[in-house]
Design a protein around this ligand. Sequence first.
Ligand SMILES: *[C@@H]1O[C@H](CO)[C@@H](O)[C@H](O)[C@H]1NC(C)=O
Ligand SMILES: *[C@@H]1O[C@H](CO)[C@@H](O)[C@H](O)[C@H]1NC(C)=O
Length: 410
Amino acid sequence: MDYSRFCYFASLIISISGLVFPVMVGSLGINYGQIANNLPTPDNVVPLVKSIGATKVKLYDADPRVLKAFANTGVEFIVGLGNEYLSKMRDQGAAQAWVKTNVQAYLPATKITCITIGNEVLTFNDTSLTDHLLPAMQNIHTALVNLGLDKQVLVTTAHSLAILQVSYPPSAGSFRKDLVGCITPILNFHCKTNSPFLINAYPFFAYKSNPKQISLDFVLFQPNQGIVDSKSNFHYDNMLFAQIDAVHSALASLGYSKLQVHISETGWPSKGDADEVGASLENAKKYNGNLLKTIYQKKGTPMRPNTDLNIYVFALFNENMKPGPTSERNYGLFKPDGTAAYSLGISGTDAVSANTTTTTIGALAPPSPDSSSPGYLSISAAVKERYCCCISQLLFPLLLVNYLAFRLAF
Ligand SMILES: *[C@@H]1O[C@H](CO)[C@@H](O)[C@H](O)[C@H]1NC(C)=O
Ligand SMILES: *[C@@H]1O[C@H](CO)[C@@H](O)[C@H](O)[C@H]1NC(C)=O
């Protein structure tokens, strides 16, 4: 083989691996809420985040301890500006100062890629809060422009699914009529700044309010008949996808079908009050286990089959100081001591406990900096197993080609 053919093979290998590897890296996000007085220090949270294969973390604030602890880890961050600060951000100087202190100060070591301005603002039905939302988003964006950071840090806000008037069937999805007037300018902002539309979607709430009519298997991603949307003819085998596509329809109905939709929160509580039907360890394990499996399979929804799901699971920890029903304090994948709240078995590894998983991970992947700490979820073993399988299946032929190219060339 001559040199040019060798180069051809070498470049083929490089381009194949360049194309294939990013695609295989699943993109799991996790919400790191801290309404609790018993959580591990951020340094000890880094290995927990890595153990579930999460590459993205969403905060509800811009906690300096967390942003410092995750410096140089490669983990991407969404930081949050709380609802209580929206009115202050009408002042451009205040917005500029906020971005300098809470974002610019940590770049580039900590990969902050997005800022959420407020959480579920529109469904508070508080018109003065709503009036502050878009100006705050605009001023934070302007601050980023002034600092030359607007290309690397996007600005958005997270909505409750309750901004929809109609969510079923998915093709009929539409926004609450009284909100269209304030949503439209926000959608224009997304278009102009190329930022994603964020929605918090909880099939749990839909099930809880209507357990007799809704199939539990459908909401938990378990095998089931699914439903067919008679207008689009799309088949849905899980409720989350139906909810996401209802958002796609609502956006399309206003002329914004090109916007990216990301799921800023979804999850399932492992415990609830007596009247919170469906909140249980078994269901949480199924929902989150199946959800992660779905994310790592890189499936899109029926309306966007070729678009990767961009999902942030809620949440990293059970948060003991959250107000409201018992479920609110029990969404965590981890208990405050860093042990798994439950095993997230996938690919038939349901029985794998947090303890045995640590060893499995050790066998499959380089030891994490804190491999002695408990709390590894079985998902990570299964996920890494999947990666390792994929990588070895691909790597072997690639190495073989490489080897042959080498032998023939010299
Ligand atoms: C907000 O208003 C909508 C529509 O009027 C209503 O359905 C919803 O319950 C209200 N939400 C709150 C939190 O008051
Ligand atoms: C891990 O093993 C220890 C000791 O064998 C046990 O006490 C603990 O409950 C186990 N933890 C889990 C999550 O299985």
